[in-house]
Write a protein that binds this ligand. Structure first.
Ligand SMILES: Cc1cc2nc3c(=O)[nH]c(=O)nc-3n(C[C@H](O)[C@H](O)[C@H](O)COP(=O)(O)OP(=O)(O)OC[C@H]3O[C@@H](n4cnc5c(N)ncnc54)[C@H](O)[C@@H]3O)c2cc1C
Length: 420
């Protein structure tokens, strides 16, 4: 059912997809509030030193560029082929975009969304009916001082991502014994090993856990650090590994940055550096932090089990959605990925090793039993790590064909026509 302008839309999260969704809604004339617990592009800035693998042309929209040019004729976007770091992407596109007249007054920074519900309905009432939409959403928020407030909206778009909610590093996805007690001491992000975090890793022994591109980035950076600090040592733990190495190469990879990272990480796993010890089919069984010595004591299980001591642990073991936000709504979640079910099923049916080969799965894949509540962006993929900003932009276009009830609505195309 169409939601007519100027209905109030709450966008949760000011990452790239939240900002672009809000911009699209503003262009259409909706009243928009963007609730962001930190700063604009907060999650991206946490790995701001890492060079992205998708070129800028895949990470911006024609609508975003139109808004920036309308705001400031002298705005010069990065070239479409440029490979930016996360920080450059934020500084040169996302932050200026957030400051355009269309968005600036609609940003509510430092506001964390705790939960979304319907004031007159509980989760189990009016199951899957459109009648649920008769009552606006009630959104419970908390500011940085801890004060709680309630705001309302007719439509909610949850783009809160997954990066702030890492998985556990133990066997079977559970916490390793002792991991919960040392959660704050383990690094679950991608530290700037060759920059601001160098002193925490130089001439020290680090345990790296994980077999994705983030773990590869961490291991390659630590191996580079050996050139400046020869006493730097790395133990790399992965649950599985094929004959080609822990990172599956993509045949004829179109993204050179990603191809280079894969080759270098697999070379290190194969023994290219005496400072990198690779332990395939081995997991973290237990961990304990010795305050006095400033060391982690760990027990490993699997093919290369044993006990060891480390100065630091980087667990790049993936992330999962925080579903507490919509726990009181009727959201159908995938039992494997925790992403919304329809999209998860479509993704399952089209799985490919190369995330670049994917496309969005159409407007209907974004709907769930709760009317007017949508999950977009990295969170829509749940634990599946293959999400790309370019897919999120397609999701936004698809979503507003539903909200506006106009199949042919495509503001990205309109923006191209207007600028040519
Ligand atoms: C190292 C690394 C490299 C990557 N490289 C690429 C790449 O090259 N190309 C690419 O397309 N993708 C890349 N990605 C994935 C990329 O991060 C996502 O595509 C993108 O950030 C997803 O955008 P998003 O808006 O969905 O979520 P996010 O960017 O995660 O933004 C979510 C926002 O929501 C906010 N938030 C969270 N919880 C709440 C709450 N309760 N209340 C209010 N606000 C909240 C967060 O603070 C954050 O600002 C990379 C990821 C990593 C980790």
């Amino acid at each position: 059912m169409a939601v007519d302008t100027p209905a109030r839309i709450a966008v949760l999260g000011a990452g790239p997809i939240g900002l672009e969704a809000a911009l699209y809604a503003r262009f259409l004339g909706y009243d928009v509030d963007i609730y962001e617990r930190g700063h604009v592009a907060d999650n991206i800035l946490r790995w701001g030193h890492v060079r992205m693998f998708s070129p800028f042309g895949m990470n911006r929209s024609t609508l975003g560029l139109a808004a920036l040019r309308a705001q400031d004729e002298s705005y010069l976007p990065p070239g479409d082929e440029e490979i930016l770091t996360g920080l450059e992407y934020a500084d040169r596109y996302l932050l200026p975009l957030s400051q355009t007249d269309l968005l600036a007054d609609h940003l509510r920074l430092g506001i964390e969304v705790i939960g979304v519900g319907r004031p007159e309905l509980l989760k189990g009432e009016e199951i899957g009916t459109e009648e649920r939409a008769d009552s606006d959403f009630r959104i419970l928020c908390r500011d940085t001082a801890g004060a709680e407030t309630v705001v309302t909206a007719e439509v909610v778009i949850d783009t809160t991502g997954v990066f702030g909610n890492p998985n556990w590093a133990g066997e079977g996805g559970l916490p390793a014994i002792g991991e919960m007690a040392v959660r704050d001491r383990i690094e679950y992000g991608v530290p700037d090993i060759l920059g601001s975090a160098q002193s925490q890793y130089a001439s020290r022994k680090t345990l790296v856990i994980g077999a994705g591109y983030s773990a590869a980035t961490t291991v390659v950076a630590l191996a580079k650090l050996v050139e400046a600090a020869p006493d730097t040592h790395v133990t790399w733990l992965v649950r599985q590994a094929s004959e080609t190495g822990p990172i599956a190469p993509i045949v004829d990879d179109r993204l050179p940055e990603r191809a280079t990272l894969t080759i270098e990480a697999n070379r290190l796993a194969a023994g290219a550096s005496p400072n990198v010890v690779f332990k395939p089919r081995t997991t973290l069984a237990s961990v304990h932090y010795d305050e006095a010595a400033g060391k982690f004591h760990v027990e490993l299980s699997g093919e290369q089990d044993g006990r060891a001591e480390f100065d630091a642990i980087v667990a790049n073991v993936g992330c999962r959605p925080d579903n507490r936000i919509y726990q009181e709504l009727q959201v159908d979640e995938c039992y494997a990925t925790e992403g919304p079910m329809k999209l998860a099923a479509a993704l399952q049916g089209s799985s490919t090793g190369d995330c670049l080969a994917q496309t969005a799965h159409g407007p209907q894949s974004l709907t769930n039993p709760e009317p007017d509540f949508y999950i977009l962006g990295a969170k829509s993929y749940g634990r599946n790590p293959n999400f790309l900003v370019s897919i999120g932009l397609e999701q936004i276009r698809d979503l507003f064909t539903i909200i506006g009830d106009r199949q042919d609505l495509d503001l990205y195309e309109t923006a191209v026509k207007l600028s040519s």
